[in-house]
Design a protein around this ligand. Structure first.
Ligand SMILES: Nc1nc2c(ncn2[C@@H]2O[C@H](COP(=O)(O)OP(=O)(O)OP(=O)(O)O)[C@@H](O)[C@H]2O)c(=O)[nH]1
Ligand SMILES: [Mg+2]
Length: 607
C-alpha cells in the first residue's frame, strides 16, 4: 500500500480528482459540502492498474488551513500537486510548493486539471518549471517523463479525460518510492482522533515506516498505551507495516490531540530543545539570524511554537513549547505565524542536528557549537531527509553515548560498542588515552608514597561516566593493579627483558593461560624478576606466580560481561579459555578492582 497527499491552490480540483479516482468522498463534513471547500483532511483509496493499493490524504487549499495541509502532508512520502488549467499558478500553489521544498519532498506528480475549461498548456509549462526549480535537485529518479524532472499529466476531473493516464502516472510514482523498513521505530503522527461507541478512542494517521500490531505497547506523549485494535482502509488487521493509513484503537484512553504521536518506547528522543540547520526555501537566502524570535515548527502532524536562538551561520537552537519525539535528520518546517496573509509564510526547512544539545552559557559557546555541528555534518554538506546521519555523526558531536541513546536518536550502530554498551568517538577515545597517561603521571607526582592512581580518581579526572571506560583505557605503559592505575617504568635488565618478552609472546596467543611455575623457572623468572617486570608495566600480577599481559584484566571483564549474569567460575574459565588455576585468582583480582562482584560462594556478576 502507498499513501499520496494532494497539494495545490484552493478550488483547483484536488478533491474532485480524488473523488474521480477512488469513487469515495474526501469531503465528509456538511460544512465542506455546503461551501464546496475542503476544511479537514480527507481520506480515500483505490486500486491502481498494477494492483497496488493507493490511499490519498486530501488536503485543503485555502490559505487559512495551511496548518491542516501541513499536518496531512508531513508524514507522507509523495504528493499529487494539482493546478487548474483555467487559473494557472496561484498564491497557495506557491505556498504549498515552498512547504514541500522545506519538507524535503522527493516524489511528486504534477496534475493540471480542469482542462475542459481552458487550454492547459500555459498552466502546465509554468507549473512544471516552478516545480522542477524547487524540487528538481532533490527528486529521486524521475518516475515520469520528462527525465530528470517532475512528471506531469493533463486531466479533467469533470469529463474524466486523462484519468486512465493519471492512474498509470500514479502507478509509476508509487513504483519509484523507496520501500520503508518494516523494522523501523514506529512514529505514527495522529491526524484525527475520535470516540467510537463501544470501542473507545480511535486515532488515525499515516504510518511512514515500521510495523504496528495489535497488543503492541507504544508511547503517547511519553505515557504507555496498548494497541487494542487496528484497521487499515476500513479493514481489521492484526499487523500493519508502513507505508499505510492506519486507525488504532486505544480503548479507554482520553482523546489525544492532532500532532501527538504514537511511538515505539525507547525508539525516539522526546525533546523540547533541538539544534537544527536551516535550509532556505523559495529561492530566498534565509540567514538564520533573520528568522523571527518566535515561530511555529511543523513536523509530522504537529505544530509547536518555538523560541529561536541563532548560534552561528545557519545553525539555530529551537526551544519548543512542548516535547516532541525526534530523531537526528528529521526535517522540520519553520513558519512565521504572525506575518501578513499575503506573504509566503513558510520561512525555511531545518534538519535536526541534535536532540540532546548541551547548555551554552560561556561567551562564545554558541558560535563554537555551530562550528562543531557544521564540521561534523555528513558530506556532502547538505543533509537530506534523515539519510547520512549515522553513528559517526552522533559520536562526533556527543563523543560518548550509550547504545540506548543512539537508538533514541535514530542512529543504529552496526558494530559492538567500544566498551560494553558505550560508544566513543574514535578521536575522543585516543585523546582520553593520552589524558589518562598524563593524569596518572600527575597523581604520582602528587602522591609519591602511593604512586598508583585509583580508577575512581581517574574516572573523575577524565570526567567519564563509567569506570569500565577508564579500565578499557589502561594500556601499556599504564597497568591496572588492584583497582589502581600505575605508570610503567622502563629499565629491566636485558636477560629479564628477554625472558619477559618470551612470556608476552606466549600470552599474546592465549591471553588467559598464565605460564606455569615450571615455565617461569625455565625462563629464569623468579619472584624478584617478576616483581620488576610488573613494576615496569610489562606484566600484570594476578597473584603470586600468576602473571598475565597488562590490560588482560580489563579484557577479561569485557568478555565476562557478555556472559549471562551471574556466572560461575567454570563458566568464566570457559569464556576466557583457561583453567581454575588462573580463573580463580583472576576473578578475585577482578573483585578487588571492582570489575566483578562476588554474590555467593559460587556466583559472580560484572559490575
Ligand atoms: N469544469 C470543471 N470543474 C472542475 C474540475 N475539477 C473541479 N472542478 C470544480 O472546481 C470546484 C472546486 O473543486 P474541488 O475539487 O473542491 O477543489 P479543491 O482543490 O479540492 O478545493 P479545496 O479543497 O477547497 O482547496 C468545484 O466546483 C468543482 O466542481 C474540472 O476538471 N472541470
Ligand atoms: Mg478539496
Amino acid at each position: 500500500m502507498h499513501v499520496v497527499a494532494t497539494a495545490g491552490h484552493v478550488d483547483h480540483g484536488k478533491s474532485t480528482l480524488v473523488r474521480a479516482l477512488t469513487g469515495m468522498e474526501p469531503d465528509r463534513l456538511d460544512e465542506e459540502r455546503r461551501r464546496g471547500l475542503t476544511i479537514e483532511l480527507g481520506y480515500a483509496w483505490t486500486g491502481l492498474p498494477s494492483g497496488e493499493r493507493l490511499a490519498f490524504v486530501d488536503v485543503p487549499g485555502h490559505e487559512r488551513f495551511l496548518g491542516t495541509m501541513l499536518a496531512g502532508v508531513g508524514p507522507v512520502p509523495a504528493v499529487m500537486f494539482v493546478v487548474a488549467a483555467d487559473e494557472g499558478w496561484m498564491p497557495q500553489s506557491e505556498e504549498h510548493l515552498v512547504a514541500l521544498e522545506a519538507l524535503g519532498l522527493r516524489h511528486c506528480l504534477l496534475v493540471v486539471t480542469r482542462s475542459d475549461l481552458a487550454d492547459p498548456t500555459p498552466a502546465l509549462d509554468e507549473s512544471r518549471t516552478r516545480l522542477n526549480a524547487a524540487l528538481g535537485p532533490r527528486l529521486d529518479a524521475a518516475p515520469v517523463e520528462p527525465v530528470g524532472g517532475v512528471g506531469a499529466v493533463v486531466v479533467s476531473g469533470r469529463t474524466g479525460e486523462g484519468l486512465p493516464e493519471l492512474r498509470r502516472a500514479l502507478d509509476r510514482l508509487v513504483g519509484g518510492l523507496p520501500r520503508p523498513d518494516p523494522g523501523a521505530e514506529v512514529r505514527l503522527w495522529i491526524d484525527r482522533a475520535f470516540s467510537v461507541t463501544g470501542s473507545g478512542t480511535v486515532v488515525t494517521g499515516t504510518l511512514p515506516a515500521g510495523t504496528v500490531s495489535v497488543g503492541d505497547e507504544l508511547l503517547l506523549a511519553g505515557e504507555p498505551v496498548r494497541v487494542r485494535g487496528l484497521e487499515s482502509l476500513k479493514e481489521a488487521r492484526d499487523t500493519v507495516p508502513g507505508v499505510a493509513r492506519v486507525a488504532v484503537n486505544l480503548r479507554g484512553h482520553h482523546l489525544p490531540d492532532r500532532g501527538q504521536a504514537l511511538v515505539t518506547p525507547g525508539g525516539w528522543t522526546y525533546t523540547d530543545l533541538v539544534d537544527v540547520r536551516v535550509a532556505p526555501v523559495g529561492g530566498q537566502r534565509q540567514e538564520a539570524a533573520g528568522l523571527p524570535r518566535r515561530l511555529t515548527v511543523h513536523v509530522g502532524s504537529a505544530a509547536v511554537t518555538a523560541e529561536v536562538r541563532p548560534l552561528g551561520g545557519r545553525v539555530v537552537r529551537l526551544r519548543l513549547a512542548r516535547p516532541v519525539p525526534l530523531h537526528l535528520g528529521d526535517v522540520l518546517l519553520l513558519r512565521d505565524p504572525g506575518r501578513d496573509r499575503s506573504e509566503v509564510r513558510v520561512l525555511a526547512g531545518a534538519s535536526v542536528l541534535d536532540v540532546r544539545p548541551p547548555s551554552l552559557r560561556r561567551r562564545g559557546a554558541p558560535r563554537e557549537r555551530a562550528a562543531l555541528l557544521e564540521a561534523a555534518l555528513p558530506k556532502p554538506a547538505e543533509p537530506d531527509g534523515g539519510s547520512g546521519f549515522g553513528v559517526a555523526f552522533a559520536l562526533r558531536t556527543h563523543r560518548l553515548l550509550r547504545a540506548g541513546d543512539l537508538r533514541a536518536m535514530g542512529v543504529v550502530p552496526e558494530a559492538p560498542g567500544t566498551v560494553g554498551e558505550w560508544y566513543v568517538d574514535p578521536e575522543h577515545w585516543a585523546e582520553l588515552g593520552g589524558r589518562l597517561v598524563a593524569a596518572v603521571g600527575r597523581y604520582g607526582e602528587g602522591h609519591p608514597l602511593e604512586p598508583a592512581m585509583p580508577v575512581e580518581a581517574a574516572r573523575h579526572a577524565l570526567g567519564l561516566p563509567d569506570r569500565r571506560l577508564v579500565v578499557a583505557l589502561v594500556r601499556p605503559p599504564l597497568t591496572l593493579v588492584a583497582g589502581r592505575i600505575a605508570a610503567g617504568r622502563a629499565g629491566l635488565p636485558a636477560p629479564v627483558a628477554r625472558a619477559v618478552a618470551g612470556v608476552r609472546r606466549e600470552l599474546a596467543e592465549r591471553p588467559f593461560q598464565a605460564p606455569e611455575a615450571k615455565r617461569l623457572a625455565e625462563l629464569g623468572l623468579g619472584t624478584r624478576e617478576l616483581a620488576a617486570a610488573v613494576r615496569a608495566g610489562s606484566l600484570l600480577r594476578v597473584t603470586d606466580g600468576i602473571v598475565l599481559l597488562p590490560g588482560a584484566d580489563a579484557r577479561a571483564a569485557e568478555l565476562l560481561s557478555r556472559l549471562p549474569q551471574p556466572f560461575t567460575v567454570s563458566q568464566a574459565g570457559r569464556a576466557l579459555d583457561t583453567t581454575r588455576r588462573v580463573a580463580v585468582p583472576l576473578l578475585e583480582h577482578l573483585d578487588r578492582a571492582g570489575l566483578t562482584e562476588r554474590l555467593d560462594d559460587v556466583h559472580r556478576r560484572c559490575t
